[in-house]
Design a protein around this ligand. Structure first.
Ligand SMILES: [Zn+2]
Length: 91
């Protein structure tokens, strides 16, 4: 195989792997949405279209996901966790 062919083959493999990574990320996001949706319903909260999961542990025991979550449409600055009402930005 020529160098050109080897590079082409390697790049093809790179694109294949990137596609797989993207598919897995999509699947993980779907599962996270599912988990948050179930936790919200279980806590008696109305469903939200665009959920963002923050990085903080949530103080509200009803939050089965355990991490603060925000309504990205109504609260784009992530100031009000749907469960504990804490902001994402903390000192
Ligand atoms: Zn919270």
């Amino acid at each position: 195989m020529s160098a050109r062919e080897q590079v082409k083959a390697a790049l093809r493999k790179v694109r294949e792997i990137e596609k797989q990574v993207q598919d897995l990320e999509d699947e993980a996001a779907e599962q996270m949405d599912l988990a948050v949706g179930i936790a919200m319903e279980n806590a008696g909260l109305n469903p939200v279209e665009n959920i963002v999961v923050g990085g903080w542990e949530c103080d509200n025991r009803d939050n089965l996901v355990g991490t603060c979550v925000y309504d990205d449409d109504e609260d784009p600055l992530h100031d009000d966790c749907l469960f504990c009402h804490a902001p994402e930005e903390r000192k």
